[in-house]
Design a protein around this ligand. Sequence first.
Ligand code: CA
Length: 234
Amino acid sequence: MQRKQRLLIVEDEVAIRTGLVDVFVYHGFDVDFAADGISGLDMASSGRYDLIMLDVMLPGRNGFEVCEAIRNGDREQAIIMLTAKSTDDDVIQGLALGADDYVTKPFSVAQLVLRVQAVLRRTCSSATEEAVMRLGNGIEIDVLNLCAYINGTSVRFTRREIEVLQYLYEHSDRPVPRDELLNKVWGYARHMDIETRTVDIHVAKLRRKIESDASQPQHLVTIRGGGYRLMSGH
Ligand code: CA
């Protein structure tokens, strides 16, 4: 199972907040919420959210202050502001303080979901060149943010999955035996059957994420008697 994207919704109006939580849970997000700026900032500071949705008018500290404080602590945090008024000043101030996007109330839920997906896609592809693994078919994997955009969907990886991919990528000129992966990625010195299965399980998970047909892998292929080989585009 790939990790769900984590969303923090900071909104004091109960009806809007409840509606947003329902919508994003329905769309497969892992959603937390806060009802004021102080607890919102507190939760945001954990750094565990893929995206934070921030109302401007909040008790405690307003959305602009919270946005600025989050941005000062984490340059990469994805933030969308919810502004009540569509005055240009509000929008400009929000974007100047580092929000990735804004949505004006009243908003259409479908619009908001699209905006969230667009921001997540952008933050996923913002990695520097050396932090990107390129496979064939235009697949680009963001090593730092553990994600990729494949066939129109955002895919998340675990740290270990990325480590496996990275090792195969760096040695993509040859097949890599399971023992070598266990040694280099997991740090195991000796071969054991159960640990070899660990490699196979990770490869199976990776295939479900990067291959269009996991039973007919084009990227992460099995070399009979040789291990695994990543057919990269480089
Ligand atoms: Ca409000």
